[in-house]
Write a protein that binds this ligand. Sequence first.
Ligand code: SF4
Length: 90
Amino acid sequence: MMCATVKEGEDCVFMASTGCTYNGGSCQPVVESCEGCTRIREYGNGRYCTASPDPAVKWKNGNCNIATHIKVETAGKKQKVNPIKASKRK
Ligand code: SF4
């Protein structure tokens, strides 16, 4: 159903005929850690995340898993090599 609170006109799963059913009755604004993320969008009443109704929750247990401004460091990690598959490659 179309949002009629903070993201007016956008289709939202939390919207019902009785109003917004999300915790607190509306989306929550972005938090400081979100700065730089491309999912932030300016609405008439503030800045909100286009992917999450409550950005603070996304940062509660570490980095937001859908943030666009954070790079996950994988360099330095050794990849496990299956010796059987490795021998077949030769
Ligand atoms: S995707 Fe994560 S980091 Fe980006 S605005 Fe939303 S909650 Fe914030």
